[in-house]
Design a protein around this ligand. Sequence first.
Ligand code: FES
Length: 330
Amino acid sequence: MSDEHGSGVPVNLSPGGRPLGQRDPHASPVQRVQVDLSAPQFQVAAKNPKRTERTTLVFFLLALAGFAGFGAAYTQNASNFLLGLSMALGLLMFGFGVASWGMFLMPRGPFEEPRALMQTTPEEKRLFLGDFESRGKVAIERRGFLAKAMGAAAAVLGIVTAFPLIRSLGPLPKKSLYRTKWRKGSYVTDINNRRVKVDDIDVGSMVTVFPQDDVGGAISQTVLLHPQTTDIVTMTGRETWAPQGFIAFSKVCTHAGCPVGLYEQATEQLLCPCHQSLFDIYSGAEPVFGPAPRPLPQLPLYIDSRGYIRAQTGYDEPVGPGFWERGGTT
Ligand code: FES
């Protein structure tokens, strides 16, 4: 059953006509338990309570000093050591104080008291559930806009808290995973920013080169070799890539990215010193030994009318160790 109070909100009533939760005035009074403070369970564990009180007090005072010291150290921009020390002291002493109080100065118990059987009738359960439901409706549904606003705020909070996480990943790599700074017509340039001409490289020599706008670039670094004076064809489709014996490969090892910095002229192989991968230059830097899984990408070269060595275009595949989506173009 229900009733209308001044608010117009229906209120469930018990079968006796009183609101749920209100005690029946005719019911027999609740028995109060008489406590005897001299009973054993009310005694403390400390043999000398006064002394334990003083010890506990000292713990709390030391904790207070530690926390206050932390505050002072923080405002003075003190070292992390002092901050940690003061906070550790405060927490430690606070813990000792609480433990000491709880273990030695609280009544030992155990505490038991008689408890009457409190059984709810099925009718009271039904009324309680009805009352609970109606109050929930009153509390939530009447202010649905608040619930929606709260949900929206929580959703936005969830999104913005992800911002630092996403930002900390850094900018998107975009095409940088596929491209170096080598472009069509790039001048082959040495580490001193000097454009390399055919006369600069003796037969049997090797030099590390870069595109002119990325001198020193870790991804663009390239080895320029001159093993012979006639064109080198490393494979079909690369007939024009190594004119007059000038041939260039990415210097970034395809195993773990170390610089492939050693040229063994006798065997015509490039050696990566990190894990001893060997690359055969005449077969397009195919790995012939070691853990490198694929050849060093070859840079197509040409020699312009003034004798400068230049790139026909960029690399035709990503340089360095493989990643999840190899196969892009320059
Ligand atoms: S990085 Fe070159 S062989 Fe491992």
